[in-house]
Design a protein around this ligand. Structure first.
Ligand SMILES: C[S@@+](CC[C@H](N)C(=O)[O-])C[C@H]1O[C@@H](n2cnc3c(N)ncnc32)[C@H](O)[C@@H]1O
Length: 499
């Protein structure tokens, strides 16, 4: 049976908030209490060091971490001391705790979360780590790796209306509140929306909360920004595999993500942006771009899609058979693993791509740009400001022709360095490349013309003039040199190496 969801009683929630504030239950304070060793162990889903540290530390902060962060039973008096204005009766009325033997246990996870010195508190179902049991199918996920990836990649322009599709506990919506005047959240799960309502109340923000599948609840509405960490996991449609609401949208293969790409444009204002995560199937020896380009074709949207990782079907089966609390020694695990392999084989799937999808409704009637690229290394964190400047650069490129591109005096971005590699003792480098410190961390190899062009990109000389001079020096035809440099120039501008 599923655990109860918290009640959003405004008076009791205000008392809880006052207690969390007075204890300073913040990301920084919890990090300090746990120390680097226990924090790193928790990141690897090992609780023992954190349990040892908090058991040895007296005080309300350690009690809150044990109760709501680790799922441990705590002494009734200690729990009451950590929640002085709410009290244990109030905490029980909010459905956050229950008595267990001589102690108290939490019925949900409640932890601080934040960015740039600000703290939110987020309630969700207790994770498998705390319950030590497989998850229920209607489990409401807390903040996970995918949540923070999406939050990091989301561009954050100031918008009037923003939408979070599949809000779960509402973590993306908390971020949206800092730059959107009105936030709508949707989810198919009633339990998830109860957590979202509670978290909105606890953090003193207001969202329009609507229940339903994907974009159904916002039919006819448009937004300046839509974010979604959708249930993108590709799951076999067989009774052998449980369908967890938090990861499975109820459709075969990658249909849910494909449908989202195809339908989201109807909900974007002109200039509006959709940012979401997805998985896609790679069939046989085709390039992943073929399939994903097909999703974008005909939408009229600008698309910038970055494949961040690829797994083969066996790796994928392992990840998702284990997720949800099933251990690899069990029969269930083996049955699920086989079901995943059979499902992928039935469609000839050779690999599964993981990536970040950015779509934009163009302003006016220009041709949309489509940029499908790979970036598997480390990227800037957060990435949102780079996504925003990358969208602006790609939009500018789509709106300007080659002559206009060549008329600009480009400047090398401050985070770009040039690297020269060669054999020891050689006068000339064998390889010259640019390395970007932020953004997608691009490394771009340069030919002679490219290296010469970039060396004079200090914002004073239009690229076309520079290329004519380079052609003269090399004794080559100016038009040919200019045209050969255009793809490099466009790429460097799009990715922010030239600004
Ligand atoms: C991976 S969780 C993301 C939760 C949260 N937004 C985050 O970033 O951590 C996916 C969410 O989508 C919801 N969901 C599943 N199927 C859905 C559907 N058909 N329509 C809308 N939401 C759905 C789940 O209940 C879950 O809350």
């Amino acid at each position: 049976m599923s655990a109860p969801t918290p009640a959003a009683d405004p008076v009791l929630v205000a008392r809880l908030r006052a207690d969390l504030e007075s204890v300073a239950y913040t990301v920084e304070a919890v990090g300090e209490l746990l120390g680097p060793l226990a924090s790193a162990a928790l990141d690897r889903e090992q609780m023992i060091p954190a349990q040892r540290v908090t058991a040895a530390a007296a005080g309300p902060l350690a009690t809150l971490v044990r109760l709501f962060g680790l799922g441990d039973a705590v002494d009734i008096d200690e729990a009451a001391a950590a929640l002085p204005s709410l009290g244990l009766d109030g905490a029980a009325a909010l459905r956050l705790v229950r008595q267990q033997g001589p102690g108290v246990v939490a019925t949900c996870d409640l932890r601080p979360y934040g960015e740039e010195g600000r703290t939110w508190w987020v309630a969700s179902d207790l994770p498998e780590l705390a319950t030590r049991a497989p998850l229920s199918e209607d489990h409401v996920l807390g903040i996970g790796g995918a949540s923070t990836t999406l939050a990091s990649w989301t561009p954050r322009p100031v918008v009037e209306r923003a939408l979070d599709v599949g809000t779960g506990c509402g973590v993306q919506a908390l971020h949206l509140g800092s730059h959107a005047r009105h936030v709508t959240v949707t989810d198919i799960s009633t339990r998830a929306l109860e957590f979202a309502r509670f978290n909105a109340a606890l953090n003193g923000v207001e969202w329009e909360v609507v229940e339903g599948s994907m974009l159904d609840p916002v039919a006819g509405q448009r937004f300046g920004l839509i974010v979604s960490n959708p249930p993108f996991v590709i799951t076999p449609r067989t009774p052998d595999v449980p369908l967890f609401e938090y990861r499975d949208g109820g459709q075969a293969g990658d249909t849910l993500v494909a449908d989202l790409v195809r339908s989201i444009g109807d909900h974007l204002e002109a200039g509006g942006v959709a940012q979401f995560l997805g998985n896609w199937e790679v069939v046989g020896d085709t390039d992943w771009r073929e399939r994903v380009r097909g999703w974008v074709a005909g939408t009229g949207l600008d698309a910038w899609i970055v494949q961040r990782d690829v797994q083969d079907p066996a790796e994928y089966a392992e990840t998702w058979s284990r997720d949800g609390g099933h251990h690899s020694a069990t029969t269930e695990f083996a049955t699920m693993y086989a079901a995943w392999l059979d499902d992928f084989a039935s469609r000839g799937v050779s690999a599964i791509g993981f990536g970040v999808i950015t779509l934009q409704r163009p302003v006016g009637d220009r041709e949309p740009f489509v940029d499908l690229t790979e970036a598997t290394g480390p990227v800037a964190a957060p990435m949102g400001s780079h996504v925003l400047s990358g969208l602006r650069a790609r939009t500018w490129l789509a709106e300007h022709d080659d002559d206009e591109l060549l008329a600009v005096a480009w400047r090398c971005a401050d985070d770009v360095v040039e690297e020269r590699h060669g054999r020891p003792g050689d006068d000339e480098p064998a390889v010259i490349q640019l390395r970007q410190g932020g953004g997608l961390g691009r490394v771009v190899r340069l030919d002679t013309v490219g290296a010469a062009l970039v060396s004079v990109c200090d914002g004073s000389l239009p690229a076309g003039v520079a290329l004519s001079a380079i052609a003269e020096l090399l004794g080559e035809e100016a038009d040919a040199v200019r045209s050969s440099a255009l793809p490099l120039l466009r790429g460097l501008v799009a990715d922010g190496l030239l600004v």
